[in-house]
Design a protein around this ligand. Sequence first.
Ligand code: URA
Length: 216
Amino acid sequence: MTWINLSDSNNLLHQFVSELRDVNIQTDRMRFRKNIERIGQIMAYEVSKHLNWIEIEITTPLGKHNSKRLAEQPVLATILRAGLSMHNGLLDFFDKADCAFISAYRNHTDNHNFEIKVEYKACPSIEQRDLIIIDPMLATGQSIVSAYHALLKNGIPKNIHILGLIASKQGIKFVQENIKSNFTLWTAAVDEALNEYSYIVPGLGDAGDLCFGEKL
Ligand code: URA
C-alpha cells in the first residue's frame, strides 16, 4: 500500500474539511454536499498525476499543437449512499469515466456489532483498468474491503486507488491488512479513533445523513 495524505501540506482541502466537520456549518446541506464534491475534484486532479497520458496532435483555429490526453478512462466505483457527492466531484473532472455503484451497509446484530452487507452492484468490466474506489468515511475499513471483493468479480484491475475523505488509523490498518493487491490510498484527513458505534472521532458525524437527511 502506498498512502498519500493530501492534508500533509497546507492547501484548500483544510478549508473544506474544516467546514464539513463544523456543527455550525454542516447543517447547510447544500454546502456540505458541495464541499465533499470539491474534495472529490481535488482528489481527481491529484490521482490524475498517477494515470497514463498519451500525446496527440490537435488542430487549433490557428495551427497544430501537441497535447496530452488520458490514455484510458478510469472506472469510478462508489459506495452508496455517502459516496455520491464525492463521486460527482470526481466525475466532473474524469468526465468520460465509467461508473460503478455498490451498496454496502452495516447490518447491525446489536447497537455495537454489525457485518457489512453488499446487496447491489452495477459495475462495468474492470479488467486491466484504473479502478478508483470512493468512500468518504473510512471508519472500520470493512465497507471498502467488502466492496473491493465484490468488484473483483468484474475483473482484475491494472491499478487501484482508494479514496477516503476522513480515515481512522484503525480503518487504514484494516484496509492494508485485507487488500492483498497493490493499491494507493488517498486521504484528506486522518483521525485517531472510533467510538463504540464505530463512528470516526472527531470525524464529522454521519456523512450520508448530512448529505441527504436522516434515515430511519
Ligand atoms: N460513516 C459515517 O458517515 N461516519 C462515520 O464516522 C463512520 C461511518
